[in-house]
Design a binder for this molecule. Sequence first.
Ligand SMILES: [Zn+2]
Length: 175
Amino acid sequence: MRVNNKLSGSHTLVDVPMVYLKYKMPADLPCYTDWDFKVYPGTFLFLMPAMIAAFHRRIANDSKYAHMWASKSGIYKEHLDCKEVLKWLETHENSADNIVAWDNAVRDLFWSMSQPLVYGGEYHDVHCPACDAHYAADVMQKHEWSFGEDLAAEGGHRLACPNEHTVYSIMEWNS
Ligand SMILES: [Zn+2]
């Protein structure tokens, strides 16, 4: 996706400014210690419409099964939380500020929900804390990883800055 408007400067190139969700990936998740690369949690500026679309897709998919889930189950609770987050995102969709920061008002579901946006390059830029620099999506690199063997293997992808710092990763499969 091309983004033509500038975040700062004297003018923008489009009439309606793009709204971004600013989100810092979680620090110190237990899974980070299982991996043989270090994670430097990046701060992403996601395109708000792309994030909203990701929640719409997830909710539409979950809705097919939600009637089979016990009302007190974790998976059902997460389904309801997804709807809350979507509502929160939509109230900020046309925000006058073009950068909206996630503020604890809703549950933090963005780490897993942002996976297709991170790997699909649907963000304006990401700040790498190790470099203390902002990088556009097109200079970031996606790598595949896996380790372990047989019944104790896991794998996924990771997103690295030009200096090889991993700013995002999530396990995608295990055996
Ligand atoms: Zn870096």
